[in-house]
Structures are given as structure tokens and as C-alpha cells.
Write a protein of this length. Structure first.
Length: 193
């Protein structure tokens, strides 16, 4: 019998059950109309266990669970799971693509500009106020991608203000990331977005 694990979100009015067994992942795959394969279940499990993981980190976790699996197989599975709506791909400026299992809601992200750590951020107020644009130019807006840039508590405690503006990936949060570019500069604009 599977252990019940729940996650709470201000966005959702009910608690959602978080999958934690292979049969949970198999049900999710079948529910999305996908054939159940060991690599698909392993990738889905890895992303659920490691939110905001990059592809190389996911490959390492999958290989720990399955043994040898090719990079291309993991890339193909990530693409299939993302297309099926089981995963979401995010790529904040200057970082490699990351994957998360929190889908179907309009949440945002906060990224540490020093170490690259990423966390989910629920919409600030209301049902999704960021979906009401001042001028939608005739588009039917259904999603907004907001990224807050900041310093995580660990980096803020370890750096002074001058060092904080420099992009210096740290092994504390970026283990295994090899393709890290410089993030956008801090905005000095006072315009609300």
C-alpha cells in the first residue's frame, strides 16, 4: 500500500496527492495516453523527487535506478512527458532547462542570481492576476511566466552586497550543471509588471 504524501498550495482549494510509487507513475502515464516504459516511469519519478532538476541531474538519477540509459532516451522521454502535460520545462535566462512536475496551475519561480537555486512561487493574489494584461493585443492569454530574481537565504547570508550582484554558480546548489551562462542584469526599472 502506498504511503500518502500531500503538498499544499494556496492556489489549489484541495490537497493533491503526490505520487510516490511505481504504480502511481504508471497510472499517470496511462492517464496521459502514454505507453508505460521503465525509462518513462524512471524519468517521471526523478522529476517528482527532484523538482527543478536539469537534464544531466535527471540522467544521473535515472541511471542510478535503471542502470545504463542513453542521453537521447532521457531527452526523448522528457519531451514526451512535457508534451503530454505531465512535466513542465522551464528555462530562466542564463540557466540550462529545468523540469518540474507541478503542472496545471499558474505558478511562477524565484531564482537565486548567485547560485541558481529555483523555488516555486504562487501567484501573489487572486485567481491569476498576471493573466489580465493591460493590452492583450487580441491574444487569449492562458499562461504567464514570471521569474523573480533574488538571493536565496544561504547566498544572502554568505555574501555582501557587492559580491551578490556577480553571477558565481556555487556547488552548493549547482552540482552537475555544466552549461551555466550569465543571467540578466538586475533591473533598475520601477515599472510594475
Amino acid at each position: 500500500m502506498s504511503r500518502e504524501i500531500f503538498t499544499d498550495s494556496r492556489k489549489w482549494s484541495i490537497l493533491r496527492r503526490v505520487p510516490n510509487t511505481s504504480s502511481d507513475y504508471e497510472r499517470m502515464l496511462r492517464g496521459a495516453g502514454l505507453r508505460v516504459t521503465r525509462p518513462r516511469a524512471a524519468v517521471l519519478s526523478a522529476v517528482h523527487e527532484h523538482p527543478h532538476a536539469d537534464t544531466e541531474s535527471i540522467i544521473r538519477v535515472v541511471r542510478q535506478n535503471l542502470g545504463e540509459v542513453s542521453h537521447q532516451a532521457v531527452y526523448d522521454v522528457l519531451r514526451a512527458l512535457t508534451s503530454a502535460g505531465l512535466l513542465r520545462r522551464i528555462q530562466p535566462a542564463g540557466l540550462v532547462a529545468r523540469y518540474e512536475s507541478r503542472v496545471g496551475d499558474n505558478h511562477h519561480h524565484v531564482v537565486c542570481r548567485s547560485c541558481g537555486a529555483i523555488a516555486d512561487v504562487d501567484c501573489a493574489v487572486g485567481a491569476a492576476p498576471c493573466l489580465t494584461a493591460a493590452d492583450d493585443h487580441g491574444f487569449e492569454i492562458d499562461e504567464a511566466e514570471v521569474i523573480y530574481w533574488a538571493l536565496c537565504a544561504e547566498c544572502a547570508a554568505g555574501e555582501d552586497a557587492a559580491e551578490a550582484s556577480a553571477w558565481t554558480p556555487s556547488a552548493r546548489h549547482q552540482q552537475g550543471d555544466t552549461a551555466v551562462e550569465e543571467p540578466p542584469p538586475r533591473s533598475t526599472s520601477t515599472t510594475d509588471h
